[in-house]
Design a protein around this ligand. Structure first.
Ligand code: DQA
Length: 148
């Protein structure tokens, strides 16, 4: 069994009611369910959310050690967490795919969202497509795993 780890940062537990005009009406559980529905046999999903930077860092270290591919929405940490960027670099340096995703397109929003300190340390970035950003990232990881 191969596992894909999906990590969600701060405030993403509030999806559904949080700024629906930007993030839509789907909850984080809806996104998880949608991803689970399309998993091929032999691929498991480990879907997590935390508002805490250190917890996210610990999960990234786990992924590096276990060589588990990661889909990561760092939420607001995207814009300023050098610590999470370094943790993403640890994952990438372990030869593990890590894809940054965003529901919204941060480049079309406030200026402070135009910078991602994470992007330079990950395999790729997908933003602006709502829950489909996660699906596109999963498609890429399944391609890398030769499971699509
Ligand atoms: C987000 C974009 C970030 O700027 C914001 O802080 C979030 C969500 C997105 O998925 O669009 O919390 O990562």
């Amino acid at each position: 069994m191969t596992t894909v780890l999906v990590l969600n940062g701060p405030n993403l537990s509030r999806l559904g009611s949080r700024e629906p005009e930007i993030y839509g009406s789907e909850t984080l559980s809806d996104i998880e369910k949608g991803l689970r529905e399309r998993l091929p046999d032999g691929v498991a999903l480990d879907f997590r959310q935390s508002d805490d930077e250190a917890t996210l860092m610990g999960w990234l270290h786990e992924a590096a050690d276990a060589t588990t591919p990661v889909i990561f929405n760092p939420a607001a940490f995207t814009h300023y967490s050098y610590a999470l960027r370094d943790a993403c670099q640890i994952v990438a340096d372990a030869g593990v795919a890590i894809i940054e995703v965003h529901l919204s397109n941060p480049h079309a929003r406030e200026t402070f969202r135009h910078t991602s300190v994470i992007s330079g340390a990950v395999s790729g970035v997908i933003a602006g497509f709502g829950a489909q950003s996660y699906h596109l990232a999963l498609t890429r990881i399944l391609t890398l795993l030769e499971r699509n």
